[in-house]
Ligand binder design. Sequence first.
Ligand code: BES
Ligand code: ZN
Ligand code: ZN
Length: 480
Amino acid sequence: MLNLPICAGPEKKSDMTIAPKSLLSKKPAAAAIPIRILSKSQYKAGKAPLSSAQKKWIRAAGFDGEKHQTVAYPDEKGNKAGVLFGIGDAESLDVWSAAKLAEGLEAGRYRLDTKLGSKGTSDFLLGWCFAQYRFDGYKKERSEKVRILEVPENFNATRVRMIVDGVFLIRDLVNTPANDMGPSALAAAAKSLAKEFKANVTVTAGDQLLKDNFPAIHAVGRAAADAPRLIDLRWGNAKAPKVTLVGKGVCFDSGGLDIKSASGMRIMKKDMGGAAQALGLARMIMALKLPVRLRVLIPAVENSIAGNAYRPGDIIKTRKGLSVEITNTDAEGRLVLADALTLADEENPDLLLDFATLTGAARVALGGDLPALFTDDDVLAEKLLISGRDESDPMWRLPLWPDYEDDLKSPVADLLNAAENSFAGSITAALFLRNFVEQTKNWAHFDLYAWNQKNRPGRPQGGEAMTVRAVLHYLQAAFQ
Ligand code: BES
Ligand code: ZN
Ligand code: ZN
């Protein structure tokens, strides 16, 4: 199989984006500019140690502690002496406010001059880093602007650093175009992650998928020049609780023979966003050495068009033995996930989570920012929702409504891959997946967008991590 990069992408992975570790510094330096976070009332009460000249300067600049106001003020020599950042009537500042602050600052070295507590400091550092992500490895001119933050004394930033590494990995994987992030490149990314953390990884590719009984992955991916494959990564103590992550790795979704429109296809390089979440979360879990036995399963395919493409009306086999009649070749994600979930379920893990850019319907229901969570386990759902709220990484639960299972009945096979009507499309997709999870008690499915449609502080347009910070929070509480 010839798999040469067609475009002049970045030579090295390290050329791709800014290294997160360059954004936070442990070493205090005298020249670091102090940043003070103030609510309106704190500003009014004179809680900032300023000279009267500085107070005048700040007033003249129109600063009064209003939310997201930033003012840099000078010392008596005219050099920059400090920065004030307003949070309005809020009591603390969240991740995205911190990102807003960082984004507005000039390049340089800063330190936090306000005690924010452990959670507040963590959120501040996260926002600081998220704001400075850039994906400009393909450009001739790259931004060199970096704002470095000194990590406050007595704050252990390890968790923050590991989260940022994971989030940047997810963004990079999603943003890298399909000509450089096909199934083989996605497998290479998984292998390089495995190498870094001494994990084991096996990849089953091409016709070997048929021999090893992954017929649905093969059917969806066989028309592509870059062969379909199943990536299986394992890490950790075999005796520890088994956590398995499954990620939809459709490296490009043309729709197949049921071809998408031009606008529908435009950002389908991101259809491996679920796989990216699984790998980014795996990175966090391994870097933080969570006491779990981790397994990551990624069916990596391109949903392409050729003479050997699977067709509407075809009846395909699955690993589980259920036959599926294809109503629409654009409902490919659930097919590749079916085989991966079956494999995951065979060892009855303690927790099984799958991540997928599965349906447009979930986006119609909840928009791009709010992933849909599906699970039959009310306790797990509640904990995940609370984690999402706490971590500014929200999700919204939708039901696995049993009556809608009728819509997946086929006259000639065990299942349809997609309902013939367009009602409740994300629910019927989740119900389809549930057929392949039999033994595992704790299963949750995330239908997510993995993409920011517009630029916002800390959330640049393009690939995005969604649900993984919430899940990490849940895992740390559940297993540590
Ligand atoms: N990858 C898409 C889902 C998608 C589309 C996610 C746009 C985010 C934005 C998926 O493979 C797909 O095309 N699903 C179809 C299913 C339909 C044919 C039953 C959809 O949602 O339209
Ligand atoms: Zn599709
Ligand atoms: Zn898809």
